[in-house]
Write a new protein. Structure first.
Lengths: 316, 238, 265
């Protein structure tokens, strides 16, 4: 991952279309509601503020600290954003960050963008909000409550989001659950420590320099639905993951959609008997044909470029 | 135990990834203890040149030696301990919640024990006239105060060379005056990149004029700063 | 890492650069969906798709080195698909130490995932190398992206490189003070937790400067008459040729996908 080094940006090709579409629908719903809420909460300052802070989170992901040898730790930012901005604005900010990373920098796929927004935006923000508000409620007004809350929110947001990511890969049949879940969960349990520390450090800086920012309505307020949603997500994923890990075959069956797709395809196949398209029935022949067509296509493209260049130089 | 030659640059060239040739074949020698003003218009390459002194940018051609050390990957730790660099915008350098932590950063990085750290931080803050500011948040200080703290973060490391990029930019006359007085008290080799020629006249004995990535003049401050046509040719004015 | 090199857009005047942005975005998305729907083992279709992607890269006059470097990004994530080699299928190919057996079906699946990932990256890269992000944003807005979101994204894009530059200067300033004289005892660097916290302070610094900047930007916008209603440029009307190209391309991709699903599904 060249630009965002928290390895949770799923590229295209790893998730099945079904999983991608479902997560897209969930993400779009979340974004739509967030846009409405942000509209009423922040008023007309929202566009510059959201935009700049999204750019700040993006830039913040470039900051690193060396762990050992060549590896370094980085920030994802969902927890930090939600602590300072509140969950709805934070979701929009993360959507912008993850969206631009995917669309412009190819960090994360386009079809998989729905899943990435869900993991890093919705799960990251909701779980972060849940963790932070819970810690604050239990610790009251102590000065160390904020950095502690930040640390736990940072860690939990990364860990739970990685579990969601692993389950999505398993449901798509790309990675068996009994490997994906422990691997993703294990790695991100460690990475989450970095996120937690950076979040705590950032909050310490903000508290010292502009403590008022942490006392705003957005920062102090607790959104009951998000708090509950975050808690539920965290619990669900924490339970579902070890279950899936123990029964990877069950997910494989779902992934292949064996029962479902096969049923749909058999009748179609019977409609086009082999003799109608004889060449295609022989796979080797089909591959060679495809290769030939492909080469012709590429040559045509090269010719088109040469031709257009010649026309341009003649025009001068 | 300072080397007699503080900075030795031979044939340095550097182009940015977007193709812009920032430095062309620069050669420069600065003796230990010299106070040099590096002047030129915006875009001349002054900041780029400074960034080569401690290896923040790697030369693409030519050699850079700082305090007798070749500025290359193996030596960066030692080079960066020997060169104190103060950047143009102090906000880029003050990233800890309190002034104490910012000034202490370099010492803590080197692994020094807490007790000696506290003493040296107090000393550095006193040297820049900011004693007692340890527990303040650097973010809330005025620009002049931030510039002093930024200087302290570097002075505390007792560098042999002090490189400053546009130190007086943005300061009101009073803050500027006190900065000049402060810089005059410092002992390390001084290299100041700026287009504030009046400051250079007060502090530096030697002036190097940079334009379009090349050295166009190098000599005593009185000669160069007195040569108005030369200055005008390179976008400068005293 | 110079922030200005992050932007993958390569200015140029190729046939693809001049193509209507709507066509480019539409075909790229169609291509990625078609690739995603292909069942494993449909090699002829994959070959045709690859030829299409390669043709697009040629039409865009992009350098091979640039394309290869940028599309290698998905490589680390391939580790996630590696277990497929050993767990899927029933036809063993090669026996490896520790009782691991390479399966034929697993190999097919793993190569399939890798091929799809790489193809999708090629398509996405060709799009962003030939189309400035602002144009992509206009297309998305025309296709229904909420105005508020489009405005925020535009602002993010505008300030991305500015803030990335600040981040880079913060990193440089820290590096400049991370010196270690040869004769000091002890290991340099401090503790891991301390380093992480300092990085957090840098993030906080970035955050606060961004909020201050947002205030100034809002002031500048208000001074020019901004009233809170985001307004963006409309998409220029598309020509008949563009539409033909877009729907023709989609039709071709649909045919390929259908063939893939029918014969290899």
């Amino acid at each position: 991952m060249l630009f965002s080094p928290v390895p949770m940006h799923i590229p295209d090709g790893f998730l099945s279309v079904l999983v991608s579409v479902i997560l897209w629908i969930l993400s779009v719903a979340g974004i739509g509601y967030a846009l409405k809420r942000v509209g009423t909460d922040l008023g007309e300052r929202q566009v510059p503020l959201m935009g700049i802070l999204a750019a700040a989170i993006f830039a913040g992901q470039m900051l690193n600290f060396s762990v050992t040898g060549g590896t370094s730790g980085h920030l994802m930012g969902a927890a930090l954003a939600t602590i300072v901005l509140g969950p709805w604005a934070a979701l929009l900010v993360m959507v912008c960050v993850v969206g631009i990373q995917a669309v412009v920098f190819q960090d994360g796929g386009l079809l998989a963008l729905g899943a990435n927004i869900f993991n890093m935006g919705i799960v990251g923000v909701a779980v972060g909000h849940f963790a932070y508000r819970t810690v604050c409620r239990f610790t009251g007004d102590k000065p160390w409550a904020i950095p502690l809350g930040g640390f736990i929110a940072g860690w939990l947001s990364i860990f739970i989001a990685s579990l969601a990511c692993a389950l999505q890969l398993a449901l798509s049949g790309t990675s068996p659950a009994n490997i994906a879940v422990p691997a993703m969960g294990g790695i991100h349990a460690l990475i989450g420590i970095g996120e937690g520390l950076i979040t705590a450090g950032a909050l310490a800086f903000i508290a010292a320099a502009r403590g008022d920012l942490l006392q705003t309505k957005a920062a102090m307020g607790s959104s009951k639905p998000v708090w509950a949603g975050g808690g539920i997500l965290a619990v669900l994923l924490a339970i579902a993951s070890p279950l899936a890990s123990a029964h990877p075959d069950g997910l494989e069956w779902v992934a292949e959609g064996r029962g479902f797709l096969d049923l749909a395809q058999d009748p179609l196949y019977e409609i086009i008997p082999d003799y109608v398209l004889p060449g295609i029935a022989n796979e080797a022949l089909a591959t060679i044909l495809a290769g030939i067509v492909g080469v012709i296509l590429v040559l045509a493209a090269a010719l088109a470029v040469a031709y257009s260049r010649r026309r341009m130089t003649e025009a001068r | 135990m300072a080397a007699p030659v503080a900075v030795s640059i031979e044939g340095l060239s550097f182009a940015y990834p977007d193709g812009r040739q920032a430095l062309r074949d620069i050669s420069l020698r600065i003796a230990s203890g010299e106070k040099v003003g590096l002047v030129g218009p915006n875009g001349a390459g002054k900041s780029t040149l400074l960034l080569h002194l401690n290896g923040l940018l790697q030369s693409q051609a030519g050699q850079v030696h700082t305090c007798g050390l070749d500025v290359s990957n193996g030596n960066l730790g030692a080079v960066r301990a020997a060169v104190g660099m103060v950047f143009q915008d102090p906000n880029d350098q003050l990233f800890c919640p309190t002034v104490f932590e910012d000034v202490a950063f370099g010492l803590l990085y080197q692994g020094l024990p807490k007790a000696s750290v506290q003493a040296r931080v107090a000393e550095a803050l006193a040297a820049v006239g900011m004693e007692g500011f340890e527990s303040r948040s650097s973010y809330r200080l005025s620009l002049g105060e931030k510039k002093r703290i930024a200087l302290a973060t570097v002075l505390v490391l007792q560098p042999e060379i002090l490189a400053l990029d546009e130190p007086s930019a943005g300061l009101d006359p009073r803050a500027r005056r006190s900065l000049i007085e402060l810089l005059a008290t410092l002992h390390p080799t001084l290299l100041i990149a700026t287009h504030d020629l009046a400051l250079v006249q007060e502090l530096c004995a030697r002036v190097v004029v940079l334009d379009e990535g090349g050295v166009v003049a190098d000599g005593p401050a009185s000669t160069i700063l007195g040569d108005a046509p030369l200055l005008a040719r390179h976008g400068l004015e005293l | 890492m110079n922030p200005s090199t992050l932007d993958p857009y390569r200015p140029g005047n190729s046939l693809l650069h001049r193509l209507d942005a709507q066509v480019k975005v539409g075909l790229t998305l169609g291509f990625i969906v078609a690739t995603a729907l292909l069942p494993p083992g449909a090699w002829p279709i994959l070959i045709l798709l690859f030829a299409m992607a390669l043709s697009a890269i040629i039409l865009a006059e992009l350098r091979a080195g640039f394309v290869l470097a940028r599309t290698m990004l998905a490589l680390p994530f391939m580790l996630a698909a590696l277990p497929l080699l050993f767990t899927v299928g029933s036809t063993p190919l090669v026996s490896l130490p520790w009782g691991w057996t390479l399966m034929k079906e697993g190999l097919v699946r793993a190569i399939n995932v890798a091929a799809k990932a790489w193809l999708s990256l090629l398509a996405a890269l060709t799009l962003t190398a030939t189309t400035p992000f602002s144009e992509i944003l206009v297309v998305l807005r025309a296709w229904g992206m909420p105005r508020l979101l489009a405005s925020i994204l535009g602002m993010t894009w505008r300030y991305l490189f500015v803030l990335a530059g600040e981040a880079q200067r913060l990193l440089r300033a820290r590096a400049a003070r991370s010196g270690h004289p040869a004769h000091t005892p002890g290991r340099p660097g401090g503790t891991l937790a301390w380093r992480a916290q300092v990085t957090g302070g840098m993030a906080g610094n970035l955050f606060l400067r961004a909020t201050d900047r947002a205030e100034r930007i809002y002031g500048a916008m208000a001074a020019r008459g901004y009233d809170g209603e985001p307004r963006t440029f409309p998409q220029p009307p598309s020509t008949v040729n563009s539409r033909l190209l877009l729907f023709g391309g989609w039709a071709l991709l649909a045919l390929l996908t259908l063939a893939g699903l029918l014969f290899w599904g």
